[in-house]
Design a protein around this ligand. Structure first.
Ligand code: 89Y
Length: 340
């Protein structure tokens, strides 16, 4: 099979990891980089041996023979670049969060459908090694039918140091982290029937909310509570960016706790085993489990791009996650339960 050729649009903090993760896979090659500040794209191209650099995305799409684009720019520019790729009939991968509003996300998905251009969202959290294992335990039925779950991503890690733009977002934790956590909830338990949320801001120097609590009834009547916080406070088990999960079923329980331990408890006792992510030299140790998850996420999307498999996080699928994110804002603003 010939290599799929792609261009990466955006060369900020995340792109170096995204590019390094693509290099872990066979059959795919980055041939061009775009950034509005050309120097940034040139620096990354030199580091990764990418042939061409552009500061004009239209020129890039006109000049290069591409199989897909990987959009890693700020959320406000996503729809513009998705539209451009669709006009050139080039397949698209777009970073989460897909769009700054639900309406814009819906437009992006319809636009690609109308142009018959496959559209995928790079949503990696569900690809974390211990979360995949937890899902396997649920699917095997070891703990019986799940009836309640907690998904916690609560950390004092200074996320604003590496990603200063997060401070400027009017809608922060639910878009940035909630996109991941609510997607994990869907991955583990199915679609939401009802949702209630509360949000708050603890940091005084940021624009959006840094704490969110979302309660949902999901799938086969599972009560799911998602607690998210970047309050910058001290926490005993703070191991950013690890997500902790606890699921109760009618025959047992399963817990994903600190340091990638998955503990399954049934009548016969507790079985505990660590499921750490693979270690990559290019991953930032402070983001280990997330950076490692980029590789299987890319591999899954690559199968979708090639048509050799079904990608989990298509644009259409991710719309359901985007719907939950904005329903959570609506619920919190009105202090009411939303029914889907
Ligand atoms: O931007 C976020 C992401 O996608 O993963 C973790 C993060 O860097 C901070 O929440």
């Amino acid at each position: 099979m010939s290599n799929l050729r792609f261009a990466m649009l955006g060369t900020g903090f995340w792109s170096q990891f995204q590019l390094a993760a693509w290099r872990e896979l066979n059959g795919v090659e980055c041939v061009a980089l775009y950034n509005r500040t050309r120097g940034k794209a040139e620096a990354l191209a030199a580091e990764f041996g990418v042939q061409s650099v552009y500061d004009d995305p239209e020129e890039l799409l006109r000049s290069e023979q591409l199989d897909f684009v990987d959009i890693v720019t700020d959320v406000d520019t996503h729809s513009r670049f998705v539209q451009l790729a669709a006009e050139h009939r080039v397949q698209v991968i777009c970073q989460k969060p897909m769009a700054p509003t639900l309406a814009e996300a819906e437009r992006m998905v319809s636009l690609c459908e109308a142009a018959s251009v496959p559209f995928f969202v790079h949503e990696n959290w569900r690809w974390q090694t211990p979360i995949r294992q937890l899902q396997r335990v649920l699917a095997e039925g070891t703990i019986g039918r799940p009836f309640r779950a907690r998904i916690d991503m609560i950390s004092g890690f200074p996320v604003f140091a590496n990603q200063p733009f997060l401070k400027e977002l009017e809608q922060f934790i639910l878009t940035d982290l909630g996109s991941h956590i609510l997607d994990v909830a869907r991955f583990l338990f199915g679609e939401a029937h009802t949702l209630y949320a509360q949000t708050r801001r603890v940091h005084s120097d940021i624009k959006g909310e840094d704490v969110a609590t979302v309660l949902m009834r999901m799938g086969d009547d599972v009560t799911v509570l998602c607690a998210m916080a970047y309050a910058g406070n001290a926490l005993e088990h703070d191991r950013f960016p690890e997500t902790y999960v606890f699921v109760e079923g009618d025959r047992g329980s399963v817990e994903l706790g600190p340091d990638y331990w998955v503990r399954v408890t049934t009548e016969s006792g507790t079985h505990a085993r660590r499921y750490p992510p693979p270690r990559y030299g290019w991953a930032d140790p402070a983001y280990d489990v997330v950076h490692a998850s980029i590789v299987p996420c890319n591999a899954n999307v690559l199968a979708g791009l090639r048509g050799t498999g079904q990608a989990e996080t298509t644009g259409q699928d991710n719309l359901q996650t985007v719907r939950l994110v904005f329903a959570a804002y609506d619920s919190a603003a009105a202090d009411r339960v939303i029914k889907f």
